[in-house]
Design a protein around this ligand. Structure first.
Ligand SMILES: CC(C)(COP(=O)(O)OP(=O)(O)OC[C@H]1O[C@@H](n2cnc3c(N)ncnc32)[C@H](O)[C@@H]1OP(=O)(O)O)[C@@H](O)C(=O)NCCC(=O)NCCS
Length: 186
């Protein structure tokens, strides 16, 4: 299990379907994600879950739970390139009661530790819509650098928005002295 200060990351299980399906049909949540902005059927979500539960070389997806085992969201590393040693980070705290309370940053830190210290990656990057101020702040807090801006990349809420590219290099992770004991991989 991958453990942080506030959260654990565990494998997704079939029992997680109802929660995942609910979150993917909550427009307040999905407005921030790179997913179709329409209702998602249970069958579609089942297919996603089956894929997420299956071990792959280029992707690993985890359930985020609180320390008492409450499943509050999902996160993972996608497009893992084992030659150039980079991956894209994705995260969704689906239970809105847990937004803005540090759970996201803790999960990101655990994922970063997994990426750099277990998978031996050199770079982790992500894309975030410019209106996702909470997300941007969360990633900045974790040490991600602003790397670029894809102008008018996304159409949401009746207009175009930029998407920001943020990234962290292994050397930047290693220079974060506060990370040394912040998370543990058990
Ligand atoms: C983005 C997300 C993972 C962040 O996790 P979180 O637990 O909510 O974030 P944290 O509490 O760790 O950090 C959020 C920071 O943003 C700040 N914040 C919250 N709302 C904000 C706003 N409107 N403007 C600026 N900062 C804001 C918080 O104060 C906090 O910063 P601080 O610790 O310096 O005070 C989570 O909110 C989420 O999953 N949202 C929905 C889906 C999503 O956006 N996924 C990411 C797509 S790229």
């Amino acid at each position: 299990m991958l453990t942080g200060n506030l959260i654990n990351l565990r494998a997704l299980e079939r029992d997680d379907l109802e929660r995942c399906w609910t979150w993917m049909n909550d427009a307040e949540v999905t407005q921030f994600l790179a997913v179709p902005q329409r209702p998602i059927s249970r069958v579609e979500e089942e297919k996603w879950l089956e894929n997420a539960m299956t071990q792959r070389d280029d992707e690993c997806v985890f359930a985020i739970t609180t320390k008492d085992g409450t499943h509050i969201g999902n996160c993972g590393l996608m497009c893992i390139d084992h030659v150039a040693r980079h991956a894209a980070l994705g995260i969704m705290i689906g239970d809105k009661d847990y937004w803005g309370r540090g759970y996201g940053a803790d999960a990101v830190n655990v994922l970063l530790r997994y990426a750099f210290e277990v998978l031996n990656l050199n770079r982790v990057y992500l894309r975030v819509h410019a209106y996702n101020l909470r997300g941007i702040r969360c990633y900045e807090k974790c040490g991600f650098q602003h790397e670029g801006r894809l102008r008018q990349q996304v159409y949401r809420h009746g207009r175009y928005w930029d998407t920001l590219v943020m990234g962290m290099l292994r050397e930047e992770w290693e220079s974060r002295s506060d990370m040394i004991n912040a998370t543990q991989v058990a």
